[in-house]
Design a binder for this molecule. Structure first.
Ligand SMILES: Nc1ncnc2c1ncn2[C@@H]1O[C@H](COP(=O)(O)OP(=O)(O)O)[C@@H](O)[C@H]1O
Ligand SMILES: [Mg+2]
Length: 446
């Protein structure tokens, strides 16, 4: 990140000072593209010809139809404005309210690679002054202007005159600044400033939409990562719990069972043996229960074989209920493969819905459907059992439905629970397509 700071390098000139080295005017640095190099037509009368300005406004509006974002959008705007005004370069900066500064958002060549890397404090430099005051600045020779701050990366030594206009929303809120530079002193006039402000007002609307879109897209990615991380942590917790149950409960129960067997074998026939058999049965039941709990807590099948296999194993765990499982072929093949946290969350919702069928529905048939729809991935668990009326006050111990809702919210999914007494229950989860696959970057580590 480069900051506009006169003290950033010993060799740089102080605020407002002309640098001693580097060409100030004329041909510029070798390899630097100028307006002419880019093969742009020179407008006949850039400052005074209203047609050019109307044409510019029309072209800027036209950009909105191209679905451009970020530096590409602002770069194209900068390019159009530079052409009309015959400026050598144009920069569009936008306000980053969270950092309290201006960040370069778009630039004409040869600066098109700099957006995002140049920041100016509000109030600092001519652009900073314009952002703070909300009014344009027309500068015929910036070396005579005390507000000017030299930024090496922007090659201030190559340009002399400049105009800076604010990007205003609701006529007063500054959301950015547009700067035009020329090698020639006094290149810009009052007439141009007036026209440029009209263009800037239009650009401000476009910029606002682009900024909001970007913010929303960032939030969406953050949310998706948060969901993935939270589900991952929940699963880690469950695995830890499964380990604790195994080591702290199952293992001691197994030893207790062997001790009981040994005790029974050496005990004299009679009353004690009956008691020992009863205790053995209790220990054995407790062991089964603990095993069931650990299997439910750690769905290894999901990691190894995927969601379809996971659902099949859940179905196999039901007793006394006929199951129909209908899964799309693509999902069976895991192509394309869903994000692991999505598989886990869908599996958990199915698991809870099926536990409810087993516990409450007295159902003879349950259907489990997993399909890709136009809107996303749809899971349905449909039973033909007793159904229920959604209670006004759910039991404080009933976390199942609540848990499903929380998982759905985390995934940005929709959960519907439809039930009528005597008519069975349908649980449907729809995960939108935008959330089904891995985000571009891995979730941040804690
Ligand atoms: N498939 C179903 N069939 C009948 N009743 C159900 C079904 N699913 C949920 N219920 C009812 O909704 C209540 C809340 O369910 P849940 O939140 O999972 O809590 P829990 O299963 O611990 O009771 C259940 O107690 C039950 O009365
Ligand atoms: Mg339940």
């Amino acid at each position: 990140m480069t900051r506009e700071s006169p003290a950033s390098a010993a060799s740089e000139p102080a605020r407002g000072e002309r640098p001693l080295s580097g060409p100030r005017s004329g041909g510029g640095e070798p390899g630097e593209a100028t307006r002419e190099d880019r093969g742009q037509a020179s407008p006949d009368a850039p400052a005074g010809n209203t047609d050019h300005w109307t044409d510019l406004l029309r072209r800027v509006v036209g950009l909105t139809a191209e679905d451009l974002r970020g530096p590409e959008l602002f770069g194209r705007i900068a390019d159009l404005v530079a052409r009309t005004t015959e400026a050598d370069v144009c920069f569009v900066h936008v306000v980053d309210a969270s950092a309290g500064d201006l960040v370069l958002a778009g630039a004409t060549p040869p600066f098109e690679h700099l957006p995002g890397t140049i920041r100016l404090k509000l109030g600092e430099g001519i652009a900073g002054w314009v952002a703070e005051q909300g009014e344009p600045a027309l500068v015929s020779d910036k070396w005579d202007d005390p507000r000017y701050v030299y930024i090496p990366a922007l090659r201030g030594e190559d340009f002399t005159s400049m105009v800076s206009v604010p990007l205003l929303r609701e006529r007063k809120r500054v959301i950015g600044v547009m700067n035009l530079h020329s090698r020639r002193a006094g290149h810009f006039g009052d007439e141009q400033v007036r026209h440029l402000q009209e263009v800037a007002d239009l650009v401000a609307g476009i910029a606002q939409t682009a900024i909001l879109y970007e913010r929303l897209a960032t939030k969406e990615v953050e949310l998706s990562r948060f969901a993935a991380r939270t589900i991952e942590l929940q699963e880690l917790d469950r695995r830890r719990l499964a380990g604790e149950i195994h080591d702290g409960i199952s293992q001691p129960l197994v030893s207790a069972w062997y001790h009981l067997r040994a005790a029974r074998a050496s005990a004299p026939e009679g009353t004690v043996t009956d008691e020992l058999v009863a205790i053995e049965t209790l220990v054995s039941d407790a062991l089964d229960e603990a095993r069931r709990a650990t299997i439910g807590l750690r769905p290894a099948v999901l990691d190894d074989l995927g969601l379809a296999a996971g659902l099949r194993s859940l179905a196999a765990g039901l007793s006394g209920i006929e199951v129909e499982l209908d899964v799309d072929v693509d999902l069976e093949k895991r192509s394309p493969s869903l994000a692991p946290h999505v598989e886990t969350a869908v599996y958990r919702v199915a698991q809870e819905a099926l536990q409810n069928v087993q516990k409450h529905a007295c159902s003879t048939l349950v259907r489990i459907l997993l399909h890709r729809r136009a809107g996303g991935l749809e899971l349905s668990v449909i039973d033909d059992g007793l159904g229920f009326d959604a209670p006004e006050d759910p039991k404080p111990t009933a976390y199942g439905l609540e848990g499903m809702r929380e998982r759905a919210t985390l995934l940005g999914a929709r959960l519907e629970v439809r039930s009528l007494p005597g008519r069975g229950t349908t649980v449907r989860l729809l995960v939108p397509t935008s959330r089904l696959f891995e985000t571009a970057e891995p979730p941040p580590q804690p």
